[in-house]
Design a protein around this ligand. Structure first.
Ligand SMILES: [Zn+2]
Length: 371
C-alpha cells in the first residue's frame, strides 16, 4: 500500500483551476465529468466506483409511500397543509421534523406530501452509508466535514487539524479530508464573486500547505485533489406547475419531486403518463431523458422516476423543494456542460489527463490502497 493524501473539495469547478496558482502546477490534472445528479451520488461514486443504478439510489429523496418514515402521520400532515401558505410556519415545521425524524433534511417538501417520500440514499461521507467503500480502510485517517462545526471557518479548522496530525506523526499514512465551504459559497454568493475568489485562494493555500507537509513526511506518498462536480451561476428561472393542470398528487394519480435542476415524476395512473410527458416536453428549458439517455447515464431504475427532466446550465426551477428562491450558483445540470466538470489532480504524473469520470478516480485510488 502506498500512502495517499486525498483532499476532497465539494463543488470546485475545473474551469477555476487557472485561478489556483499551486493546484494548477500539480503533475496530473483532468476534468472530472460528473454523473447527472447531486453531490450525494457524485461523491459516493468517487469512493465506491458505483453508478446510481448500482448503488440503488439517486438523489436523497424518492417517491416511496410504502416505506416513508412519515407514513403514520400522513393524515395529520394533510391537516397541516394550511401551514404551506405561511412561510415562517412552514420553515419552523421542517426544522422541527428534521430534529425529531430519522432523516437528514426534509428540504421544502410540501408538508402534505412528506408521507409519500423516503430518504433512500446517503452520501459515502454520511455515517448512515452502509455499503462498502474506500473509506472502510481501517488504516485511513479521516477528517470529514460533518465531524466539525458548520460555518465559514470549517475548512480552515479541518485543514489545521490535518496539518497538526501530519506534524505529530512520524509516518502519517493515508488521510482523507473533505472541504465543503466553497460549494456553500457558490450557491449563495455565486461563482466568481468576491467571497468566492477569496475562498478559492484559501483552498489553493490549503492544498499547497497540505501537499508540502504530507510529502515531507511521506516522500513515497501520493496526493489527490478531487471534486465531485463543478458549478455555474443561475441566469433565469422556470416554473413547473403540474398541480394546476393535473390536480394534487396522490398514490392514485402521480407524484413529483422538484429540485433546483431536476424534476422527477412517478406515475400511478397509467392514463396520465402521456399527458404529463407531453406537458413537460413542451416546457422550454426542460429536457427529458429517454430510455437511451437513461441507459447511458446509468439511471435506468424506475424507482428514480418514471419521467426525469433536467434544466440546462443557467436555469433553475423555482419554486421547488430545494427552495422558494433562485440560488446564485447551482450544479446538477447535465454533464455535457463544461461548467459542471470538477477537478481531478494528483502530485504524481501520468495518472489523470483530459477528461475522467468518478469510476476512473476510484480505480486509481483503489490501486494505491491495494498496492
Ligand atoms: Zn452544492
Amino acid at each position: 500500500m502506498r500512502p495517499t493524501l486525498t483532499v476532497f473539495i465539494d463543488g470546485l469547478p475545473y474551469d477555476q483551476l487557472e485561478n489556483m496558482p499551486f493546484a494548477k502546477t500539480l503533475a496530473s490534472s483532468a476534468r472530472m465529468v460528473p454523473s447527472l445528479g447531486y453531490s450525494v451520488n457524485c461523491q459516493t461514486e468517487l469512493f465506491t466506483g458505483q453508478s446510481a443504478d448500482e448503488l440503488g439510489f439517486w438523489c436523497e429523496w424518492s417517491a416511496a409511500p410504502e416505506t416513508s418514515p412519515f407514513r403514520p402521520f400522513r393524515h395529520l400532515f394533510k391537516l397541516l397543509a394550511p401551514l404551506e401558505s405561511i412561510y415562517p410556519a412552514k420553515r419552523l415545521f421542517h426544522r422541527f421534523v428534521d430534529k425529531l425524524a430519522p432523516v437528514s433534511y426534509t428540504k421544502n417538501i410540501p408538508i402534505p406530501y412528506l408521507a409519500m417520500f423516503d430518504e433512500t440514499g446517503f452520501s459515502v461521507f454520511d455515517p448512515r452509508f452502509k455499503s462498502p467503500s474506500l473509506l472502510d480502510d481501517p488504516k485511513l485517517t479521516k477528517f470529514l466535514h460533518h465531524q466539525f462545526p458548520p460555518g465559514p471557518e470549517r475548512d480552515a479548522q479541518i485543514t489545521r487539524a490535518v496539518l497538526g496530525y501530519i506534524e505529530e506523526q512520524e509516518k502519517p499514512g493515508s488521510i482523507l479530508l473533505t472541504l465543503v465551504e466553497i460549494d456553500h459559497c457558490s450557491h449563495w454568493e455565486g461563482v466568481g464573486s468576491g467571497p468566492y475568489m477569496t475562498q478559492l485562494t484559501e483552498n489553493d493555500a490549503y492544498i499547497r500547505d497540505l501537499t508540502t507537509a504530507y510529502l515531507a513526511k511521506e516522500p513515497d506518498g501520493v496526493v489527490f485533489v478531487v471534486s465531485d462536480h463543478g458549478m455555474t451561476n443561475i441566469e433565469r428561472t422556470i416554473k413547473v406547475d403540474l398541480e394546476s393542470r393535473f390536480g394534487r398528487p396522490s398514490t392514485r394519480s402521480y407524484m413529483y419531486f422538484s429540485e433546483a435542476t431536476l424534476f422527477r415524476v412517478w406515475i400511478y395512473d397509467d392514463a396520465l403518463f402521456e399527458e404529463i410527458r407531453d406537458y413537460l416536453d413542451a416546457i422550454d428549458d426542460l429536457e427529458g431523458l429517454d430510455d437511451k439517455d437513461r441507459r447511458e447515464l446509468r439511471l435506468t431504475r424506475r424507482s428514480f422516476g418514471d419521467l426525469i427532466y433536467h434544466t440546462p446550465v443557467g436555469v433553475q426551477i423555482v419554486p421547488s423543494f430545494w427552495g422558494n428562491k433562485p440560488s446564485v450558483g447551482m450544479h446538477g445540470h447535465h454533464p455535457r456542460y463544461p461548467g459542471q466538470h470538477g477537478i481531478c489532480l494528483s502530485s504524481e504524473a501520468g495518472l489523470f489527463e483530459g477528461a475522467v469520470h468518478a469510476k476512473d478516480f476510484h480505480r486509481v485510488l483503489r490501486s494505491f490502497c491495494e498496492a
